[in-house]
Design a protein around this ligand. Structure first.
Ligand SMILES: Nc1nc2c(c(=O)[nH]1)N[C@H]1C(S)=C(S)[C@@H](COP(=O)(O)OP(=O)(O)OC[C@H]3O[C@@H](n4cnc5c(=O)[nH]c(N)nc54)[C@H](O)[C@@H]3O)O[C@H]1N2
Ligand SMILES: Nc1nc2c(c(=O)[nH]1)N[C@H]1C(S)=C(S)[C@@H](COP(=O)(O)OP(=O)(O)OC[C@H]3O[C@@H](n4cnc5c(=O)[nH]c(N)nc54)[C@H](O)[C@@H]3O)O[C@H]1N2
Ligand code: SF4
Ligand SMILES: [Mo]
Length: 704
């Protein structure tokens, strides 16, 4: 008798959302069979995703079922740091010992000596900040100022435009001129790039403004390779020419802007010759760019956070975002500027995070971009650190100090993650986190205008818990009896938005849950500020800002030079400007422990211009030392004219322990802050590079 062939296991599809800190917020279709995730595809019915994923997430089952996933709570045995060993414990033991330690530390040193440390490793509204915030607020822990990425640019942009709102990215296909200003879209905003390509097919001209000739720049019509941190000078130079040659929309300026006369005076102090010298450009590049910008319609500027990582990062976004109001580019649906779309969503943060649970007066605030410094020097001292959604030992600036801070024997550290990251090596207790495939969440986006629901596709692996459930359980252990600590994830999703807001008309949590995604109720093909109506205090585009004046800052746009260049003695010793933007195959440190993507990126590398390499005797593909007063890391030299002389570029963010020298680029970055928003200044970093004389560069060790 012939045995019947085994029936193929039934498969089904679950709707998910990519949780990574990426503007695209793709809608996922997860194929599941027998409780196991088989594959992930981009949802075809979600316009921004259009059925396409980046390569990182297209191989998502490899991340979810990575052999190194943490599956059980662990307690460290032996010393902190690389090579740390852990033993398995039960959740009951883990929660009991965390609750005991936190209670004791709060009693002895005050709850303010406990610091939560999290960022956007999970960008869902529940995963990013909900039950965790309630927990730390109720505990009276220090507040965390989440400045590591976007706070400077967001504040500069808000001072001008009023909120993180710009042109609707879907409209960009109709632009005639697109400025890609400090954004490598192919790497970090792939789905916007698709729209830019469509615009190009329809005849748009693309101009990239970037110190490096990136993969995206290769596909543009023109490249303006300015020096890093000089964007506001370039924008002022463009304004100068627009004003001098009267390429202005006077009617728009009169009705919809504030402070033009003062801006005019400021811009007239930035003639193209002066700007060319600051930016390292030719005068003609500035003149021609201004003329193209002032005479083409529609004109769109896509900018990103790459330009907010030097001392004047806030001013950079502020100054660039003044441009469309001068030429009236906002009148066109495909015109204006876009930094982020996140300000379009009526998120109910107060309901999600419950700041009302905080004691009064409110506990102190710790700036996450200075965690190294504060672990070593804050007063009163930090006694406990609770890390989730972030990998500070690898991502925070001036890693030497960060590592010394984390290594403190008297510091109690809890880390909740999917993997044993560089940070996890310093944990007293290491807790397993579920992936997004294993939990419910609701999403806004910072690169499009849709709301989305992430449904759990599979059961939690091992004993992993979502952030929400971890803090729900901890709250119970701590005896927090407020009703909000029993809210389910479904309750939290319902609380996440103000459903009565007109932008959500016709939507409810139930309907969104059934449909999977929906566009905000904003008119399609519209221009947000065609008739003015900026969400600023004056309702106008504010060339002059009272908000900034009140904060003791210059109310007008200006050029703020990178901090380290201003110090000529420093610049003489460390003459190269290092920028460390995202690598294509990593997402910050996520995916940087994947054998597939490590193989793609090969090894930490640094781009050096042939002239700079020759004067230093550096040969291609050999290991070099990149160093300054803060520290040193090693990378493979790639000699290339993709960077200009004086500028070097090393893509980020490698895990330290998976790098040949056990360090990464944040050894040399600085903990100084930006002009606005207390932001990190990763790209305000002077270094020197020397040959390491070790033969060809070493390829990174693969974890699996
Ligand atoms: N593949 C991938 N995608 C990512 C990330 C990742 O790590 N990998 N990270 C995500 C995160 S957290 C963020 S915040 C976003 C956005 O992250 P951003 O940091 O904005 O990254 P990019 O859009 O790549 O833009 C950086 C570009 O700006 C250029 N640049 C650097 N300094 C300057 C400057 O002073 N002026 C100008 N004009 N250009 C400059 C760099 O050369 C680079 O090409 O990307 C997200 N997407
Ligand atoms: N030199 C240099 N440094 C930089 C940058 C740069 O351009 N150059 N970029 C900066 C920027 S823009 C950013 S945003 C930061 C990013 O820094 P991080 O936010 O630290 O980076 P990620 O790798 O996105 O996420 C960190 C961790 O969150 C974990 N995680 C994911 N989902 C969950 C979850 O649901 N629960 C828990 N508990 N953990 C989860 C991941 O496994 C990962 O280990 O780095 C900054 N550092
Ligand atoms: S990382 Fe970005 S492009 Fe890739 S799937 Fe996620 S949202 Fe989409
Ligand atoms: Mo970021």
């Amino acid at each position: 008798m012939v045995k019947p062939a085994p029936k193929p296991a039934a498969t089904h599809r679950v709707r998910g959302v990519c949780p990574h800190d990426c503007p695209d917020t793709c809608a996922l279709e997860v194929t599941v069979s027998d409780g196991r995730m088989l594959k992930v595809a981009g949802a075809a019915d979600h316009a921004p995703t259009a059925g396409v994923l980046c390569t990182k997430v297209a191989f998502y089952p490899e991340r979810i079922y990575h052999p190194d996933r943490l599956l059980h709570p662990l307690r460290r045995v032996g010393p902190k740091g690389p090579g740390a060993r852990f033993e398995r414990i039960s959740w009951d033991e883990a929660l009991t010992s965390i609750a005991e330690r936190l209670r004791r530390i709060a009693a002895e040193s005050g709850a303010e000596s406990i610091v939560p440390y999290s960022y956007a490793g999970n960008s869902g509204l529940l995963g990013y900040g909900s039950m965790d915030r309630r927990f730390f607020h109720r505990l009276g822990a220090a507040q965390l100022d989440r400045t590591i990425c976007a706070s400077a640019g967001a504040m500069g942009y808000r001072a001008t435009i009023g909120a993180s709102i710009g042109f609707d990215p879907e409209n960009v296909v109709d632009a005639r001129l697109i400025l890609l200003w400090g954004t490598n879209s192919i790497v970090s905003n792939l789905h916007f790039w698709r729209l830019v390509q469509e615009a190009k097919r329809r005849g748009a001209r693309l101009i990239a403004i970037d110190p490096c000739r990136t993969a995206s720049v290769d596909k543009c019509d023109q490249h303006i390779a300015l020096l890093p941190g000089t964007d506001s000078a370039l924008a002022l130079g463009l304004m100068h020419v627009l004003i001098r040659d009267d390429l202005l929309d006077h009617d728009y300026i009169v009705h919809h802007t504030l402070g033009f006369e003062a801006l005019r005076e400021r811009a007239l102090a930035y003639p193209p010759e002066r700007v060319a010298a600051i930016c390292g450009l030719h005068t003609a590049e500035i003149e021609n760019l201004a003329h193209a910008y002032g005479t083409t319609r529609p004109t769109a500027i896509r900018t990103n956070y790459g330009i907010n990582r030097t001392a004047g990062g806030g001013m950079a976004l502020r100054t660039v975002s003044c441009l469309p109001a001068l030429t009236g580019a906002w009148r066109d649906p495909a015109g204006g500027v876009l930094l982020s779309t996140s300000g379009n969503y009526p998120v109910n943060e107060a309901a999600l995070e419950r700041p009302d649970l905080m004691p009064k007066p409110a506990p102190r605030t710790i700036n996450m971009s200075r965690i190294g410094h504060d672990l070593l020097h804050a007063q009163p001292p930090i006694k406990a650190l609770f890390v989730y959604n972030s990998n500070p030992v690898a991502v925070a600036p001036q890693a030497g100090e960060v590592v010394r801070g984390f290594a403190r024997d008297d510091l109690f550290t809890v880390v909740h993650d999917l993997f044993q990251t560089d940070t996890a090596d310093y944990a007293d207790l290491l807790l397993p986190a579920t992936s997004h495939m294993e939990q419910l969440d609701i999403h806004k986006s910072y690169g499009h205008l849709h709301l989305q629901v992430n449904q759990p596709a599979i059961a939690p692996l091992g004993e992993a818990l979502p952030n929400t459930e971890l803090f729900r359980r901890l709250a119970r252990r701590m005896g927090f009896s407020e009703a909000c600590f029993t809210d389910s994830d479904d309750d939290l999703c319902r609380q996440a938005f103000d459903w009565d807001d007109p932008r959500l008309a016709g939507l409810s949590w139930e309907k969104l849950k059934a449909d999977g995604h929906a566009r905000l109720n904003l008119p399609r093909g519209a221009a947000p500020f065609a008739q003015g109506g900026f969400p600023t205090p004056s309702g106008k585009c504010e060339f002059s800002s009272d908000m900034l004046a009140r904060a003791g800052l210059d109310p007008l746009p200006d050029f703020i030079a990178p901090r380290e260049w201003r110090q000529s003695a420093l610049a003489a010793r460390f003459p190269l400007a290092l920028i460390t933007p995202p690598a294509r195959n990593f997402l910050n440190t996520s995916f940087a422990n994947s054998p597939r993507f490590l193989a793609q990126e090969k090894s930490p590398s640094v781009l050096i211009h042939p002239v700079d390499a020759a004067t230093r005797g550096i040969t291609d593909d050999h290991t070099v030392r990149i160093f300054n007063e803060r520290g040193e890391f090693h990378a493979r030299a790639v000699i290339s004219d993709r960077v200009r002389p004086g500028v070097t570029m090393a893509t980020s963010i490698w895990w330290r322990k998976l790098s040949p020298d056990g360090r990464n680029c944040n050894e040399v970055t600085s903990q100084e802050l930006t002009d606005m928003g207390g932001g990190a200044t990763f790209y305000d970093c002077l270094v020197e590079i020397a040959s390491k004389d070790e033969g060809p560069g070493v390829v990174a060790t693969s974890p699996a």
